[in-house]
Write a protein that binds this ligand. Structure first.
Ligand code: FPP
Ligand code: ZN
Length: 474
């Protein structure tokens, strides 16, 4: 966006500069006419105009009206989610491959708002997901359908969000492990389902569920880092598959998966930081990829990637120092690296400082140590601006959240806008359990949501219960 406009004005400056034109061109009025805008430019200007109208209105109203505009419509959102849950009950009998996702989006939103569902509905959801569980492992989009990694991730996160013995014990981890092994490809990637596509989403969903359920092992990890690394593009972000375009959704997936397998230091992190921070635009929200439109759901995908990067400062610093060293004394530093193995590309992270066990010994606890070693660094994005976009542009006053003004609310955007809002609110916290200062929460303090585990996107307290359950005795 910004780049486009900068390039556009540079181009215009060259075109109107007299030096480059002869007299005949100077006389021709059409030569000076600006090129007609592209469809993407028009779309961008339209969104900017809608967003800035809202910000303009906000800037001109009295403070008490401003506070009202910034209020998170908790009750309305709960009404919308409850309606969705009621509909979900009747949708359980309808043929649809998205139902575990609907369960996750709705229940995770409810949990973010600090609420829960009644026992009867909870039982219905556990029973429904039980029927989606394949006898040979993994969860399908509906009973009798083919198991799929995306719905497996959604089902596992739903059951963790519900919590409790019945819910957590309903996951057949042995069979699920078998399904993950079946999806694993020799190139290190994963297929989404039998004969399905191989992409970074599949790597993340497989690794995320294996990690949270304590079934991650060397076989599941083997070459996965090579595959994800091959998807980091020249822009710095991560694409769905090698050779594709960097995108926020896949960037979150690739980065989180690399952290969970202890190989995040293999990515070019400074380049990744550079790409992701420039995806937050003048509309205050994030776009998913270069020159595309802002969208509320990227508050989590891009905001989540930045939140993860915020905890990797020491590795980023090390990579930057090495790059500088390589730049100044390239061959000397190369020799040094090969002699003493100090290259960050040759060591295993994210580990406890000072330990020397192999990666395989400690990747099992990465998810847990990641939140306990929470760092106090500042956020790398404009957290207040993003909260402003979510509350003023993505929030529907009647409940539910959306992509952008003019779009309709839906459960996917409600889930990821709220997840992004929670990340913003805790982005300055020294520890995930320490309540944020009021000045970092935009709007009334009652806007505060529950904190999430940024690697799995489940509410932290529910993650902790699952961790105790699945790691007991290990
Ligand atoms: C865990 C899991 C399953 C993660 C999924 C991650 C995710 C959101 C991937 C995005 C896929 C994609 C290329 C969307 C582009 O849509 P678009 O062209 O409509 O949108 P754009 O213009 O914003 O790029
Ligand atoms: Zn979206």
């Amino acid at each position: 966006m910004e780049e486009n406009r900068t390039k556009g004005s540079l181009l215009l400056a060259v075109c109107v500069s007299g030096d480059t034109m002869n007299e005949e061109e100077d006389m021709d009025p059409s030569a000076a006419a600006p090129p007609s805008p592209t469809v993407s430019q028009r779309d961008q200007w339209m969104v900017e105009s809608q967003v800035f109208q809202i910000y303009q209105l906000f800037a001109t109203i009295p403070p008490n009206a401003q506070s009202l505009m910034l209020e998170l419509q908790r009750d309305k959102h709960m009404e919308y989610l409850t309606k969705g849950l009621r509909h979900l009950g009747s949708a359980f009998s309808v043929l649809d491959a998205n139902r575990p996702w609907l369960c996750y989006w709705i229940l995770h939103s409810v949990a973010l708002l600090g609420e829960s569902v009644d026992d009867e509905l909870e039982d219905d959801i556990i029973d429904f997901l039980e029927r989606c569980q394949d006898p040979n492992g993994g969860y399908a989009g509906g009973p009798g359908q083919m198991p799929h990694l995306a719905t497996t991730y959604a089902a596992v996160n739903t059951l963790i969000t519900l919590g409790g013995q019945k819910s957590l014990a309903s996951i057949n981890r042995d069979k699920l492990y078998g399904f993950l092994r079946q999806m694993k490809q020799p190139n290190g990637g994963y297929r989404m389902h039998n004969e399905g596509e191989i992409d970074v989403r599949a790597c993340y969903t497989a690794i995320s569920v294996a990690s949270v359920l304590n079934i991650l092992d060397d076989e599941l990890i083997q070459n996965a880092g090579d595959y994800i690394l091959s998807c980091q593009t020249y822009e710095g972000g991560i694409a769905g598959e090698p050779g594709s375009e960097a995108h926020g959704g896949y960037t979150f997936c690739g980065l989180a998966a690399m952290i969970l397998i202890g190989e995040v230091n293999r990515l070019d992190l400074p380049h990744l930081v550079e790409w992701v921070v420039f995806r937050q635009g003048k509309e205050c929200g994030f776009q998913g990829r270069t020159n595309k439109l802002v969208d509320g759901c990227y508050s989590f995908w891009q905001g989540g990637a930045v939140a993860l990067l915020q905890r990797l400062y020491s590795i980023i610093d090390k990579q930057m120092e090495e790059a500088l060293e390589n730049f100044t004394t390239s061959d000397v530093s190369e020799k040094k690296e090969s002699l003493d193995g100090t290259s960050s590309h040759a060591t295993c992270h994210f580990r406890h400082e000072g330990t020397s066990e192999s990666c395989s010994a400690d990747f099992k606890n990465i998810g847990y140590s990641f939140i306990n070693e929470w760092s106090a660094q500042e956020p790398l994005f404009h957290s207040i601006a993003l909260q402003q976009y979510i509350l003023l542009c993505s929030q529907e006053q009647d409940g539910g959240l959306r992509d952008k003004p003019g779009k309709r609310r839906d459960h996917y955007h409600t889930c990821y806008c709220l997840s992004g809002l929670s990340l913003c609110q805790y982005s300055w916290s020294k520890h995930p359990d320490s309540p944020p200062l009021p000045k970092v929460v935009l709007g009334p303090y009652s806007n505060l949501l529950e904190p999430i585990h940024p690697l799995y996107n489940v509410v932290l307290e529910r993650y902790r219960e699952a961790h105790e359950f699945f790691f007991a005795g290990s």
